[in-house]
Every structure is written in structure tokens, then in C-alpha cells.
Design a protein around this ligand. Structure first.
Ligand code: ADP
Length: 161
């Protein structure tokens, strides 16, 4: 059984993330999406909100995925839940350098866990949670780019803007 962990900030989950999840389900036997705290980013949504948005999205889309959150080291988390793969998405060359560093560091920390990457779909490469937060906070319509539960949550957050 190949169990993959898909980690990220998911602040919030976008159609880009959802595309990676859908494609990962065709490859791996078990998929756990885990919301991590990124110390370099100040989140818009709390960990609980981000996790709940992912849960609602996968339920709505009928996707058999486990959803969790973790504060610690990613490789330790993967080890704890007996996952053998860490999955990440790659949008552009700009993602590559950081992901390359991350993958080498994770391999040093735990050589038993493989880092694997899925290239973003061409119509979704421009999508990032940061851009969604920015457009939504300025009153722009992001409904074509995020799952339905996120549209509702953003509307609540920016009510009156
Ligand atoms: P992080 O803060 O860990 O980068 P993100 O939530 O921004 O978390 O992204 C989680 C993962 O999903 C990363 O590997 C990122 O490259 C990938 N990702 C984000 N947006 C897209 C997209 N539009 N298409 C493909 N992969 C994506």
C-alpha cells in the first residue's frame, strides 16, 4: 500500500490543490492532506478553518481523502502515520528551487520517505492561495478558482468590503 501525504498551508484550498488531490487519488492507495503551519506566512484562516474547508470540499466532491493538521516536522508526521510518500505540486520554475531544497533536506532527515511531485495542470498554474486572498480581499470574484465551501467562507470574511 502506498500512502501519500500532501502537505501545505492551504490558506485557503484552491482548485489547483483540488486538481493535485484528484490526480493523486489515481496513483496512491491512501492520501492524507495535512495542513501545516508555515512560520514564514501569516495565515488568513486558522488551522481549524483551513482543515474544515478541505473536509467540506472533499466531502462535496466525494473524494476519499483523510484530512489532518500538524505543527511539527513533516517527515516525523509522515513517519507517525506510516506514509511512505510526501507529495507536492509544482507550478512553475519558481517553485522548483524551494522544493528541491525541501526534498534534499527531507531525504537527509528521513531517507525512507520519498518526495514526489505532480506538475500543475496548465490552466491552473497561475493559481495560488496568496493571489486568491489578495483578489478576494479587494472584492474581486474568485468563484472560478476555489471550491464552493471556500467561496462561502471568503464571503463571510469580507462581508461589507
Ligand atoms: P505551502 O505554503 O506549503 O507552499 P500551499 O498551500 O501554498 O502550501 O501549497 C501546497 C502545495 O500545493 C505546494 O506543493 C504547492 O506547490 C502546491 N500548489 C499550490 N497551488 C497549486 C496549483 N495551482 N497547481 C498545482 N500545485 C499547487
Amino acid at each position: 500500500m502506498v500512502h501519500a501525504v500532501y502537505p501545505g498551508s492551504f490558506d485557503p484550498i484552491t482548485n489547483g490543490h483540488l486538481d493535485i488531490i484528484r490526480r493523486a487519488l489515481k496513483i496512491f492507495d491512501i492520501l492524507t492532506v495535512v495542513v501545516m503551519n508555515n512560520s514564514k506566512k501569516i495565515p488568513m484562516f486558522s488551522i481549524e478553518e483551513r482543515e474544515e474547508l478541505i473536509r467540506k470540499t472533499v466531502r462535496l466532491e466525494n473524494l476519499s481523502v483523510m484530512v489532518d493538521h500538524s505543527d511539527g516536522l513533516l517527515v516525523d508526521y509522515a513517519d507517525r502515520i506510516h506514509a511512505n510518500v510526501i507529495l507536492r505540486g509544482l507550478r512553475a520554475v519558481s517553485d522548483f528551487e524551494f522544493e528541491f531544497q525541501l526534498s534534499l533536506m527531507n531525504r537527509k532527515l528521513n531517507p525512507n520517505i520519498q518526495m514526489m511531485y505532480l506538475m500543475s495542470s496548465s490552466d491552473l498554474t497561475f493559481l495560488s492561495s496568496g493571489l486568491i486572498r489578495e483578489v478576494a480581499s479587494l472584492g474581486g470574484d474568485v468563484s472560478a478558482f476555489v471550491p464552493q465551501p471556500v467561496i462561502a467562507q471568503l464571503a463571510l470574511k469580507f462581508k461589507g468590503v
